[in-house]
Each structure stands twice: as structure tokens, then as C-alpha cells.
Design a protein around this ligand. Structure first.
Ligand SMILES: Nc1nc2c(ncn2[C@@H]2O[C@H](COP(=O)(O)OP(=O)(O)OP(=O)(O)O)[C@@H](O)[C@H]2O)c(=O)[nH]1
Ligand SMILES: [Mg+2]
Length: 228
């Protein structure tokens, strides 16, 4: 079920997301066959790691320098993935601890998770462990589509989480690892589309891990994504 308080908080839909009432939209029991598949993505991670910046780059091709802590914002976008048009709902959640108590509700509604930390901030990397545990507890599914994202790759000279450490965690979790920069847009599409491909495979009853995963730094392989 998609009944959550998430969407009762501030919402900011994409230009394509004109629907004024998410509850009504997601509450529809039957959808016309022509409707594109809907994938519900949740952005998680500590405050200030760049969840909103990544989302805004993906949605609008823009980088926001100012830091304005998020409560919860939702977005909608259509993309073409492997020749099929799909619809993506992105819920950008709050990393700040003040909002920790309401995370369960957000996580429950998610079908795939982008778990973001900053490569410049070890504490945010440590926190991914807790986010992962909370997601697995709430979703009760070890194979939930999930991507570990090391953001702020443009700040290489301030890097404080070694690449090897990031790779190791992703390997232990058996999830892909992607390094992104919301500032330069490096690997931003790649991160979202890799996750959406996983979600799509899960919905089609295929194993998510059979995905053509990106390499450790998240660079595209030839068979990867196209975005409209
Ligand atoms: N250099 C650089 N700065 C970034 C990058 N991504 C985000 N930032 C900056 O980091 C700050 C925090 O980014 P946000 O996207 O607001 O962080 P957030 O994870 O959404 O934070 P909360 O909403 O509090 O959870 C902002 O000043 C951004 O401009 C990046 O890839 N590179
Ligand atoms: Mg934010």
C-alpha cells in the first residue's frame, strides 16, 4: 500500500507530474494497459550529502549551490529505459535527524532506494549502514532494489572515504556502487537508471543482480541507459 504521510508533506512535482493528488493517483486499482510502468524511488542518506542536488540534476539538469534541508519532496519524470517508457516517482527524504522518526513511513512506500553518502564525509558513509538496516527491516526483503551512491566526486581533493572501502561495502551488500557528482552531473543519470533497471527486472520476476552493473566508479557500459 502506498498510504503514507510522505506525500502530505511539501510536494514539488515535475513539469510532467501535474497530478494534484498522489493518494488518488496511486489508489487506482486498475490502470489502462497503455500507462507506463510506475517505479517509486526513495532518496535516503544523511543531511547534506546531496540527495536533493542529485534529484534536481536528474529532473531539471541544474545544480543548486545553496543548502536548504529537505522535509520531503516528490517528483515525477518519464524516461525511456531499454526502449520502454517508464514513469519514475522520486521521493527526496530528509537526512536531518529531526525527521528520523518518520522515515519508516517513507521507506514503506519505496520500491527502490538510492542510498547516498558524501565521499568527503566518513560519518555519512557510516550512516549508510543504518539506512540499509532500516530499509531491510521495513521492507522485509533482502533483495530490494538498492544502489549505494558516493556523491561529490568532483571534490576528489577532499575525499575522506577511500574508494576501496566503498567498493567493499557494496560488495558485502551485493549491490552496485556508483560515484556521482551532482555538481558536474557525472554519473547522475547512470545512478538513477541503474536502480530503475533493477526495479524493472524485479517487477518482471527476474533477479535484480543479473543487471549489467556499472563498474565501481559507476561508468556506463555500452548496453546501458538512454534517457528521453
Ligand atoms: N561540490 C559538490 N557539492 C554538492 C554536491 N551535491 C550536493 N552538493 C552541495 O551540498 C549541499 C547539500 O546538498 P543537498 O542536496 O541539499 O543535501 P541533502 O542530502 O538533500 O540534505 P538534506 O535535505 O538535509 O537531507 C549543497 O550546498 C549542495 O550544493 C556535489 O556533487 N558536489
Ligand atoms: Mg535535501
Amino acid at each position: 500500500m502506498f498510504s503514507t504521510i510522505a506525500y502530505q508533506l511539501s510536494t514539488k512535482f515535475a513539469e510532467e507530474g501535474k497530478c494534484p493528488c498522489v493518494e488518488r493517483r496511486v489508489g487506482m486499482s486498475k490502470k489502462p494497459a497503455a500507462q507506463p510502468t510506475l517505479h517509486k524511488v526513495i532518496m535516503v542518506g544523511s543531511g547534506g550529502v546531496g540527495k536533493s542536488a542529485l534529484t534536481l540534476q536528474f529532473m531539471y539538469d541544474e545544480f543548486v549551490e545553496d543548502y536548504e534541508p529537505t522535509k520531503a519532496d516528490s517528483y515525477r519524470k518519464k524516461v525511456v529505459l531499454d526502449g520502454e517508457e517508464v514513469q519514475i516517482d522520486i521521493l527526496d527524504t530528509a537526512g536531518q535527524e529531526d525527521y528520523a522518526a518518520i522515515r519508516d513511513n517513507y521507506f514503506r512506500s519505496g520500491e527502490g532506494f538510492l542510498c547516498v553518502f558524501s565521499i568527503t564525509e566518513p560519518e555519512s558513509f557510516d550512516a549508510t549502514q543504518e539506512f540499509r538496516e532500516q530499509i531491510l527491516r521495513v521492507k522485509n526483503d533482502d533483495n530490494i532494489p538498492f544502489l549505494l551512491v558516493g556523491n561529490k566526486s568532483d571534490l576528489a581533493d577532499k575525499r575522506r572515504v577511500p574508494l576501496e572501502t566503498c567498493r567493499e561495502r557494496a560488495h558485502n551488500w551485493q549491490v552496485p556502487y556508483v560515484e556521482t557528482s551532482a555538481k558536474t552531473r557525472d554519473n547522475v543519470d547512470k545512478a538513477f537508471l541503474t536502480l530503475i533497471r533493477q526495479m524493472s527486472r524485479v517487477k518482471r520476476g527476474l533477479a535484480a543482480e543479473e543487471d549489467p552493473a556499472p563498474d565501481d566508479a559507476g561508468r556506463c557500459k555500452p548496453s546501458c541507459c538512454s534517457i528521453s
